[in-house]
Design a protein around this ligand. Structure first.
Ligand code: SF4
Length: 454
């Protein structure tokens, strides 16, 4: 039984593997190699997903465990693997994430790493070793991502910081590479120095190189992570996750860094809140160009209202992204009738209710569901449009013959996912245009006259 209902199985999970999220987060640290303590198959599966989305070579090391290690423990292989990665990559940081197997056999990775430091720390220059527990029989890739960021802050940030004068710590969660670049530009507009963690804007969306680089450039420098305790403030995007899963809580509770936690800045209200926070921290008003960006977005919403007002949408994906999209759709007059996530975040229904209140009726908010459940519900709700990642194309959008606007992770049936913007006025504008155009394209295709002016 699951929630009082007969439980059969998962059909097309609306989530991905927990260590996959950790591997992406580790790739956003300068000189870091993600390392899976588990079998090679896990690493291969994750590489396939990350490569098809980002279209970059992605090395994920593995301790390559077999049957024997399931009985005797994977410690020796983990140590051997770390030495290999040090030798072959010259990594500054190795981010070790556990898998279902190593969690089940009960390997104590923290203890194994302590032994490793004791055995080799005298004779070799060791990289920073960070470890995170990511059993994938519970949780999602998004929880793995947040857990890895938290582990990095817990294990690398140094203590004894006095006055808070350092860069603003920005913990954006799993957004696109273009979003990360946009955040850096926005902070620069306010004259605010920033430590973005993680920052895979280059390491997972780099420039063409003549030769293969084992460690691609980019990522948050380790020195900046060590100094995070001196941040003048921390801005963290998450409405849904537990306080205890997020890295901002560590900066607040251990290092007394003032924390401003907010939803992903998608739509007008959340973007306004973010910009007001930047104004407050910097003591500067928003630059004229940003004010104009907002004005153009409002103008676009007015212009497109006649095409989209009253339409119904199904939204699915990572919890914070799903809530951000719901806010955006509700603001522009589209009714998100179903908002679904494969995760089981601490707060979901409350956050969906908060962003839709006063705008549209409360959507059906489902957590811990798979695509079987989503399609089942969607069929009775007759949506006009679907917003979510590529995994919903075949089973949902194609099945119901409605347009899918691809947002989130993974997007592997379209090109340029890493360059899609989601956040701020500019990201909202881009998404909004795509949503309106998807509606227009469908109408045009179905029109008997194939009209040219709409
Ligand atoms: S779900 Fe478990 S076994 Fe499957 S790839 Fe992820 S960690 Fe490996």
């Amino acid at each position: 039984m699951k929630d009082g209902k007969p439980y059969v199985s998962t059909t097309n999970a609306c989530k991905l593997c927990k260590p996959l999220g950790a591997a992406v987060a580790f790739r956003g640290i300068e000189g870091c190699v993600p390392f899976l303590h588990g079998s090679q198959g896990c690493a291969t599966y994750m590489r396939r997903y990350v490569i098809s989305h980002f279209r970059e070579p992605v090395d994920i090391a593995s301790s390559a465990l077999g049957e024997k290690h399931a009985v005797y423990g994977g410690g020796p292989n983990l140590k051997k693997g770390l030495l290999n990665v040090m030798q072959k990559y010259g990594a500054q940081v190795i981010g070790v994430a556990t898998t279902c197997l190593t969690e089940t056999i009960g390997d104590d990775v923290g203890q194994i790493l302590r032994e490793f430091r004791a055995e080799f720390g005298q004779e070799l220059k060791l990289p920073e070793l960070v470890h995170v527990s990511t059993p994938s029989y519970e949780g999602t890739h998004m929880e793995g991502f947040h857990a890895a960021v938290r582990a990095v802050v817990e294990q690398l940030t140094e203590s004894d910081f006095g006055p808070k004068h350092g860069p603003v710590a920005c913990l954006p969660g799993f957004v696109s590479a273009e979003d990360l670049r946009g955040l850096k530009a926005l902070f620069a507009d306010f004259g605010l120095p920033i430590t973005l963690l993680p920052d895979y804007s280059e390491s997972l969306d780099g420039t063409a190189a003549a030769d293969y680089e084992k460690l691609p450039p980019g990522g948050t420098p380790v020195a900046a992570i060590k100094a995070l305790g001196g941040s003048r403030a921390c801005i963290e995007f998450s409405r849904c996750q537990k306080d205890s899963l997020l890295a901002g809580s560590v900066l607040r509770d251990t290092h007394a860094v003032p924390l401003q936690r907010m939803g992903l800045p998608m739509g007008l209200r959340a973007s306004d809140e973010f910009v007001q926070t930047l104004e407050h921290i910097s003591g500067r008003p928003a630059p004229e160009a940003l004010v104009k960006e907002r004005g153009r977005l409002v103008d676009a919403m007015v212009d497109a209202h006649k095409y989209i007002s009253g339409l119904k949408a199904v939204v699915y994906g990572e919890e914070d992204l799903a809530v951000g999209l719901t806010a955006l759709l509700a603001e522009v007059g589209i009714h998100p009738v179903l908002v679904a996530t494969g995760g089981e975040p601490a707060r979901f229904e409350e956050e969906v209710a908060a962003v839709t209140e006063g705008l549209v009726p409360m959507p059906l908010a489902l957590k811990g569901v798979d695509f079987y459940d989503i399609v089942d519900q969607a069929k009775t709700l007759a949506p006009d449009i679907v917003v979510g990642n590529s995994k919903g194309y075949r089973v949902l959008a194609r099945e119901l013959n409605i347009p899918l606007v691809r947002v989130g992770f993974p997007i592997h049936d379209r090109f340029g996912a890493q360059r899609v913007r989601h956040i701020g006025y500019a990201g909202t504008q881009e998404l909004f245009d795509r949503i309106v155009n998807a509606v227009l394209e469908k109408r045009q295709e179905e029109s008997p006259v194939g009209f040219m002016y709409i």
